[in-house]
Design a protein around this ligand. Structure first.
Ligand SMILES: C[S@@+](CC[C@H](N)C(=O)[O-])C[C@H]1O[C@@H](n2cnc3c(N)ncnc32)[C@H](O)[C@@H]1O
Length: 341
């Protein structure tokens, strides 16, 4: 048995003198509700999302921990990693991202409890998927995954939509992780299944073993990671419907902005092009109408508020007007040295 001293935050004000003492049995060490914020970080899920701050969280924590704030907006929330840090710090966090897939993942990650009786329920769900024909097997042949994998994806999506919203969010989160892991570069920006199938070429990137691992195994693994992340927080949090960051209300004690990075030479793909397939999975019935068939990767039709944040011509103007709008809050900005700001 060991004693852990944690500095807990009550209603957002740092409780510096009221040190909370918790007696922790070694077997309860995963109970994140009684572990210090900086220690909780290690249990957050790993991610391969483009621009994720998951690995920088200890550094971000060190730089934020002495600021006084209770309510916080994570305006470009991405993988929720920074929102989870705020939750671990006991703050009232509001998550936003322009992508629906990220929003659904945030609902799963920031939840206070899991809706399953036991882990076997999740295993049974992914193990019992029946492959069927659907938009993925019909439209995405040879684009991202093998034919039998496409039919499995059509099957799992149809099964997921029969579940309650809480379970659906978690199943989708696990499926997103599996989909990303099975993709070269973890992206959907190119129709490049051949990189995976051309086994005669030696690759210096990616992991053939993971690409060839089944969706159900990877999804079940993702659930195990997710389960470790979920803990009950005394502070409230909210996940907004996907909104252009420029349209969000003001009034938070602190706003955290982690916008897309714009390289000086080229703007790069926007987030919708990188992750459109996940967006399709969570808008399955409407998917076909959202596709721009002039692209080989069958990406979504452009959304101006996403592409402009990735454009050298608009980025600076959008960023400065966003900071100006929130000037009464503490503004925390992540950026890359040498990129456009
Ligand atoms: C650099 S990533 C944020 C990474 C995040 N902090 C994390 O740790 O995962 C930028 C995010 O901005 C989102 N985004 C792009 N345009 C947006 C907009 N107009 N409004 C809100 N979010 C937007 C993208 O979907 C992407 O998730």
């Amino acid at each position: 048995m060991e004693t852990l001293h944690t500095k807990e935050v009550a209603n957002g004000t740092e409780d510096t003198d009221g040190v909370y003492k918790a007696i922790i049995q070694p077997c309860c060490i995963q109970d994140l509700s009684i572990i210090r914020a900086e220690d909780k970080i290690h249990a957050f899920p790993s991610t391969r999302y483009y621009g994720s701050k998951r690995r920088l969280l200890p550094w971000i924590f060190e730089n934020l921990k002495d600021l006084t704030f209770r309510t916080v907006l994570d305006g470009f929330g991405g993988t929720s990693s920074v929102s989870l840090l705020f939750k671990a710090m006991g703050k009232e966090v509001t998550y936003n991202d322009a992508l629906l897939s990220n929003t659904i993942a945030a609902q799963a990650l920031l939840a206070n409890k899991v809706p399953f009786d036991n882990i076997e329920e999740v295993d049974r769900f992914f193990d019992s998927v029946s492959p069927v024909n659907g938009i993925i097997s019909e439209m995405f042949q040879g684009v991202f995954y093998l034919n039998e994998e496409n039919s499995w994806l059509d099957g799992v999506i149809q099964a997921i939509y029969l579940e309650t919203e809480l379970k659906r969010n978690i199943y989708l989160y696990c499926l997103f992780q599996a989909c990303l892991q099975k993709r070269p570069f973890n992206l959907f920006h190119r129709a490049n299944l051949n990189i995976r199938t051309n086994t005669s070429v030696k690759k210096s990137f990616g992991n053939q073993t993971t690409w060839d691992t089944s969706f159900s195994i990877l999804a079940k693994r993702a659930y195990r990671e997710l389960e470790q992340t979920i803990w009950r927080s005394p502070s409230q949090h909210s996940v907004l419907s996907p909104t252009d960051v420029s349209d969000l209300d003001t009034g938070y004690d602190l706003v955290y902005f982690d916008p897309p990075y714009i390289n000086k030479k080229h703007s790069g793909d926007d987030y919708l092009r990188r992750y459109h397939f996940l967006e399709g999975l969570c808008q399955y019935k409407e998917w076909q109408d959202m596709i721009d068939t002039s692209y080989k990767n069958l990406q979504f039709k452009k959304k101006i508020h996403i592409s402009e944040w990735q454009s050298r011509s608009y980025f600076k103007e959008r960023l400065f007007s966003l900071i100006n709008k929130h000037k009464k809050s503490i503004v925390v900005l992540s950026y890359v040295d040498n990129d456009v700001v």
